[in-house]
Design a protein around this ligand. Sequence first.
Ligand code: FAD
Length: 313
Amino acid sequence: MGEAVDVGQLHIMASHRDCGGSGVAGGVEGAHLVGAAERVASPFDDAGLSAGSVVRANEPMSRLTTLRVGGVADWYVEPGAEEDVGVIVRCCVARGLPLLVIGHGSNLLVRDGGVRGVVMALRQAAFCGVAVEGTTVLCGSGAPLRLVARAACDAGVSGFEFMDGIPGTVGGALRMNAGAFGGSTFGVLQRVRYMEKGGTVREGAAEEFGAEYRGCRFFKDKVVLGAVFKGVVDSSAAIRERMEEMRRRRLAMQPREWSAGCVFKNTSAGAAGWLIDRAGLKGFKVGRAAVSGVHANFLINEGGASAASTTSF
Ligand SMILES: Cc1cc2nc3c(=O)[nH]c(=O)nc-3n(C[C@H](O)[C@H](O)[C@H](O)COP(=O)(O)OP(=O)(O)OC[C@H]3O[C@@H](n4cnc5c(N)ncnc54)[C@H](O)[C@@H]3O)c2cc1C
């Protein structure tokens, strides 16, 4: 799978080149898109992907990440169905292509040189379902955390309030063990369906995966396909009130600009934002990237920032 470098809690996507073209003809869309001016052979031609799948060449990663920086991915693919994930994974292994799975790109900093190989996002409807049965919440990997929180709230199931303001997907939340306001993904997780590098689908219980604070390395080389969570009964009104309070607190303490959330993990010496603030770095800028003046653990893109300026911090 693709290379991600852990820096605190943000994942910096490694690139093997600094800048410029990817060696693939420019801006040409793949097999499942119309209007391509020129057709480039894709690694998935003749692989048998379902009609709902999307394949594109030279996809700007700045469009796929909330920080809005980064060069192009050689290939971008959205599988239309679960069988397609297996096809893509096996195809990448057979061709020796690095594969990076992304969710909403809300915890990624992609370098200006872009990403070599294939970026896969489980964004199609087949992966984004959320169903509540009693206090059990069943989710596809691509389901936005906000929808998980809202579906649980509507069904009178508590435990998912913290997810409401986190702009990621279930897959990304499992890899990151995303959390807020005392809640965490693994705190409510029961089971996960995932695909191994060779294409085998497995299922396991939460305690098998060894999650830690803001991370679960187990999923580093896997594709999360879906998850089952468990909450507790509460009134929708009480849950909604708690979510509203969390929303107010976020609005007061988080910047509105493009960002990837908090960059550094908190330490035993104090919260990362507090330490950065004490170092006098709030508002410090490099090019169009800056340490947020609202929350010092957020690096923000003021518009047109490069990854180089963002990583120079
Ligand atoms: C404004 C803002 C506020 C935020 N607030 C919080 C917060 O309160 N708490 C918090 O924990 N985080 C927060 N974040 C960070 C981020 O939203 C979380 O880390 C989130 O879980 C990332 O999910 P994603 O789908 O965007 O994953 P991505 O950023 O796309 O990917 C993150 C990692 O997960 C991996 N991954 C993604 N999908 C899959 C999959 N299906 N299978 C295997 N691996 C996968 C990627 O390879 C990558 O290593 C915030 C970010 C922003 C921009």
